[in-house]
Design a protein around this ligand. Structure first.
Ligand SMILES: NC(=O)c1ccc[n+]([C@@H]2O[C@H](COP(=O)([O-])OP(=O)(O)OC[C@H]3O[C@@H](n4cnc5c(N)ncnc54)[C@H](OP(=O)(O)O)[C@@H]3O)[C@@H](O)[C@H]2O)c1
Length: 262
């Protein structure tokens, strides 16, 4: 049975990937900080799908996290990962000049450094075996600068660019690399990012469903795509606008749309 490792599996899109991969009969390694939530999900998936689920409670902003995970798996006799889902991420809303320095730096560490290092740990093995999948969660925020979420959007541009390059480098190795770009999705992301626009209930009804994103992403592994924009049709329009409008005009439109109300 194939084994998938999912970061940020304790909630939202990561938990949706865990459910979907379990239903597709993968053994799982679930990574996040919230040990209790991971264990609860692991127990449920083991009972429902008769698979093996390991949990690793790890803070991915710690610089050794990826190496620690790789070594912890060897200790548990998990010698190969067939699918790596680099999903853990966080955002922050507000003026960059007034933001918390530590939160911005942690975001870069989590959204970029941990993703690169986990890819570095597991990709060589996939190439050696001539098969494997890496799904990196980017965002429609990757396609342009996003005022008031400046560092977040830049981290997601990095994820898209990095993934596209690895997709091409590995076109003949058997290791597939896919960047997934969701639009606004119904998870705890906005609440944690202090972004009220999508935190209230009425707005949350308009958001994409994490389970549909997980399904769309896993199905896209059967295509030749380097990236996909998931969910509602307007996500596809928004992600394409910067190719047609002068970048300055689009940035100003976004600045007005996202400007804090306080
Ligand atoms: N929601 C959206 O609208 C949206 C849109 C586009 C892209 N995305 C991307 O989708 C991904 C998943 O986000 P989500 O929407 O599902 O939000 P979420 O519900 O807040 O999930 C974030 C996950 O990341 C984990 N995480 C956070 N900090 C961590 C750390 N230091 N170490 C290890 N794990 C950590 C969290 O677990 P613990 O707190 O237990 O550690 C949680 O499992 C992110 O990369 C996000 O940027 C989201």
């Amino acid at each position: 049975m194939a084994t998938a490792l999912i970061t940020g599996a304790s909630s939202g899109i990561g938990a949706a990937f865990a459910n979907e991969l379990a239903a597709r009969k993968n053994n799982l390694v679930l990574v996040a900080r919230s040990e209790e939530k991971l264990q609860h999900l692991a127990q449920k998936l083991q009972e429902e799908h008769k698979i093996k689920v390991h949990t690793l409670a790890k803070d991915l902003t710690i610089t050794t996290a990826a190496v620690d995970i790789f070594n912890a798996l060897i200790e548990q006799n998990i010698t190969s990962i067939d699918t790596l889902i680099n999903n853990a991420g966080l955002g922050d809303y507000g003026l960059f000049s007034e933001s918390q320095r530590t939160k911005q730096l942690q975001m870069i560490q989590l959204n970029i450094t941990a993703l690169v290092d986990l890819t570095y740990q597991f990709l060589p093995q996939m190439i050696q075996q001539g098969r494997g999948n890496i799904i990196n969660i980017s965002s429609i925020a990757a396609f342009q600068g996003l005022p008031y979420m400046s560092v977040y959007a830049a981290t997601k541009s990095f994820v898209l660019s990095f993934s596209e390059a690895l997709w091409a480098e590995n076109s003949k190795t058997g290791a597939k690399v896919l960047a997934v770009c969701p639009g606004p999705t119904n998870t705890q992301f906005y609440e944690k990012a202090s972004f009220e626009k999508f935190s209230n209930e009425a707005e949350s009804l308009r958001l994409d469903n994490p389970s549909e994103i997980a399904r769309e992403a896993l199905n896209a592994l059967n295509s030749e795509s380097s990236h996909i924009v998931t969910g509602r049709w307007d996500n596809k329009v928004i992600s394409g606008i910067s190719r047609f409008l002068p970048r300055e005009i689009w940035s100003k439109v976004l600045e007005q749309e996202f400007r804090p109300k306080y």
